[in-house]
Design a protein around this ligand. Structure first.
Ligand code: ZN
Length: 297
């Protein structure tokens, strides 16, 4: 069964590349009674969070109508490639028990997907590179917002408050996502920055990096100003449809830094044929890039 599900994830990745609908990544989220398959649709959806793993989870939400996996279902995520940190943070938050993958993050890096750099960034404790300012709360209050995204001339790109949180229950994720939609662009203008009430959840932090907000050329600091040292919590619905709070952002940062053990079991398949199939999908995508038919996003 594991081989079959991983093959399915790679198959949708390949079909996605052939159809020129996005990156060479596919995922299959398997619960006790169901299976949700999805591919990467970042470019066509103009959504930096539209990774295969996130999309598989969104398919689960759409079908089940609630936003948290049942641990009794022992949910497993089969992914054609090792997860980026954004998807890993999501997997931990929503209660994935196990991840099985084929290609590595180094393979992904070789065709232009730089999540290896993101893992390095997280290992170095990004919190120390955030700016904390008590004035930020005034700016947020003036805008009646918990999250603001501005360009370098301080023009507002997105203003979000907690009441507007979308499916993944994180204001940092929905803020970045809406910014992409507002500007119809995957990358925010150079010099853009975030003002936020709380330290972003790692999923939102990396979503901001995918939208090219986080890192800047001038210094080592990240382009995020936090009003408090409180961590952002995820709000997800349980089976009954009631919102529950998941306070795991600090734990996930510690996991990425190597200070705590990951709650998800992660394996790379040992099946060489499957690994080769996954790599072939990457080669196919590299060819598309060369022919200007695809961009690595
Ligand atoms: Zn991802």
């Amino acid at each position: 069964m594991p081989h079959e599900k991983l093959r399915q994830a790679i198959k949708v990745a390949k079909e996605n590349v052939q159809a020129e609908k996005g990156g060479p990544f596919g995922a299959c989220l398997v619960t006790l009674n169901a299976c949700y398959v999805a591919a990467n649709h970042v470019v066509p959806n103009i959504d930096v969070t539209s990774h295969a793993e996130v999309n598989a989870f969104r398919a689960f939400i759409k079908n089940q109508g609630y936003s948290l996996l049942d641990p009794d279902d022992k949910p497993v995520l089969f992914s054609s490639c090792e997860c980026c940190p954004m998807c890993m943070a999501m997997a931990i938050t929503i209660g994935i028990a196990e991840i099985v993958y084929a290609s590595t993050r180094e393979d992904a890096e070789s065709i232009g997907f730089d999540d290896n750099l993101q893992y390095k960034l997280l290992k170095e404790k990004p919190i120390s590179k955030l700016t904390f300012s008590s004035e930020a709360i005034e700016v947020l209050n003036q805008n009646k917002a918990d999250f603001l995204l501005l360009d370098d001339a301080h023009n507002l790109i997105v203003s979000e408050n907690s009441a507007q949180i979308e499916d993944l229950g994180l204001i940092s994720v929905s803020g970045v996502r809406k910014a992409c939609k507002n500007l119809k662009s995957l990358s925010m203008p150079k010099g853009s920055y975030i003002i936020t009430k709380k330290i972003p959840h790692p999923m939102g932090l990396i979503a901001a990096d995918w939208a090219k907000i986080l890192r800047n050329e001038n210094d080592n600091n990240l382009n995020i100003i936090c009003a408090t040292k409180e961590y952002e919590k995820a709000y997800l619905k349980n089976k009954k449809g009631d919102f529950i709070t998941i306070d795991n952002a600090e734990l996930i940062y510690d996991i990425f830094a190597g200070d705590k053990k990951n709650t998800v079991e992660i394996h790379r398949t040992q099946n060489q044929q499957i690994i080769e199939d996954a790599l072939n999908t990457f080669s196919l995508f590299a060819q598309k890039i060369k022919n200007n038919k695809a961009i690595p996003y």
